[in-house]
Write a protein that binds this ligand. Structure first.
Ligand SMILES: Cc1cc2nc3c(=O)[nH]c(=O)nc-3n(C[C@H](O)[C@H](O)[C@H](O)COP(=O)(O)O)c2cc1C
Length: 427
């Protein structure tokens, strides 16, 4: 993972102040920032699993672009205000979350750490932040809804077989399970070439090679845990494989049928079935955002799949203002891709996002520390966000978009120059 300079430097002694118990304080000392968690995850899991987590499409330029764009943002702080107790509570789709951050959907997370979906869902419930379960998760939606009844969202792919029967049936299952919001991922019309996975021989279904066996032998904790829990299965798909329940059968089905674009027609069909909040993930073009509005979509997650699908995609954060100008105030504008700290969350809000999500950091935290990892990370993000809001001069989330910022050293700061005053209007 391209980790920002700020991740490397955060974690001085002052951060102990964010811990409310001695266990938390000890964790903060050992893992004060994302970089320490990534390092631990890398030591603890096989190389192919770490590459699956960290890697991206092609030459991984888009991953770097996502990161660089955040690092380039500057914010002018405001002083003379009492910002000693920032309030992070954020209302989204009629739910109050503890902060404007959720966990992005990540399929096959069980490869990275056994039962990772369950660990992340439990942490999200405890931390009061949304957990988006991937359709290709390793625990099914019914079980996750029991673990995280107050914060569970579900992400779907378009599975074209039999007129999308699996995708549409999953909508019914989401309704029955009490899912809060449905997320349709649009940016995966076709499987893409991820060089690390190819060279590691990572296939679905998983077929061990000499190299992967060697990798596993070097990660005994992961190997034991995987032995105890069994090979990860695409749990949501078990009902659709005609009683063939072996991991290989289900994986074979997913491999054969999981590739297809969400068309606007299919989105419209889902809109008619699903009355709750409906979100499109992967939207990047303003015309697509406008099309979504016409179909009564409630929100978009500006995302390039964390640089895993299209290496020429712009950094997600660079698109916020562009999309905001088209659809501001009419739908929630969310974002993911390279949110590595509370400061990144603040930067996204200042640039006009209403809410943010992080993927790899939560899965890496799970790989590093097991079940306690994702809750530790959520707490770390929360403490960091409070700190940087106080520093920048905001006491409420809705005040963040009023701060002056620039994304490029050669440009003027927003709000200070009349030519640059594209307003951030929160939703
Ligand atoms: C291991 C892994 C699996 C992913 N699987 C999915 C998925 O099943 N569905 C989806 O919409 N996005 C998936 N994504 C993309 C994430 O939802 C998210 O867009 C991306 O990870 C955000 O970037 P970040 O990891 O830098 O936070 C996956 C990402 C990773 C790292």
């Amino acid at each position: 993972m391209v980790v920002s300079k700020q991740d490397q430097t955060q974690g001085g002694s002052g951060w102990g102040a964010g811990a409310s118990t001695s266990t938390e304080a000890a964790l903060l000392r050992r893992y004060p920032g994302l970089q320490a968690l990534m390092k631990r995850a890398k030591q603890r899991i096989p190389r192919f699993a770490f590459d699956y987590l960290e890697g991206g499409v092609g030459n991984e330029i888009c991953i770097e672009r996502n990161r660089q764009a955040f690092d380039d943002i500057e914010i002018i702080p405001r002083y003379g205000l009492d910002t000693s107790a920032p309030n992070l509570t954020t209302s989204l789709f009629s739910c109050d979350y503890a902060m404007p951050l959720g966990i992005s959907p990540m399929g096959l997370s069980g490869l990275v750490w056994p039962k990772a979906d369950e660990a992340m869902a439990a942490a999200a419930e405890k931390s009061k932040i949304p957990f988006v379960l991937s359709m290709v998760s390793n625990t099914d939606i019914e079980a996750i809804a029991r673990i995280a009844p107050n914060v569970v969202w579900l992400q779907l792919y378009a599975v074209p077989q039999d007129d999308y029967r699996v995708t549409l049936d999953m909508v019914d299952r989401a309704i029955k399970a009490g899912v809060h919001a449905l997320v349709l991922t649009l940016d995966t019309p076709m499987r893409q070439k991820r060089l690390r996975d190819l060279s590691n021989g990572l296939t679905v279904p998983f077929r061990p090679t000499l190299k992967t066996v060697y990798d596993v032998a070097r990660a005994p904790e992961w190997a034991l845990s995987t032995l105890r829990h069994g090979q990860p299965r695409f749990a949501n798909f078990i009902p659709y494989v005609n009683g063939r329940r072996r991991p290989g059968d289900v994986a074979g089905y997913v491999d054969q049928h999981m590739s297809g674009a969400f068309t606007w027609d299919l989105i419209e069909r889902i809109r008619q079935k699903w009355k709750g909040p409906l979100v499109l993930k992967g939207i990047q073009h303003p015309d697509d955002a406008e099309h979504a509005l016409k179909l009564n979509i409630d929100g978009i997650i500006i995302s390039n799949h964390g640089g895993r699908q299209f290496d020429a995609a712009p950094a997600a954060i660079d698109l916020v203002q562009l999309l905001k100008r088209r659809v501001a105030g009419r739908m929630a504008i969310m974002l993911d891709g390279s949110i590595h700290s509370g400061l990144d969350i603040l930067k996204a809000l200042v640039c006009g996002a209403d809410f943010t999500f992080a993927g790899r950091p939560f899965l890496a935290a799970t790989a590093a520390l097991g079940a306690k990892g994702p809750a530790h990370l959520a707490r770390m993000f929360e403490v960091e966000l409070k700190g940087v809001m106080a520093q920048a001069g905001a006491t409420e989330i809705m005040e963040c978009p009023t701060l002056s910022y620039r994304m490029d050293r050669n440009k003027d700061f927003s709000g200070l120059n009349p030519d640059q005053s594209a307003k951030n209007t929160g939703i």
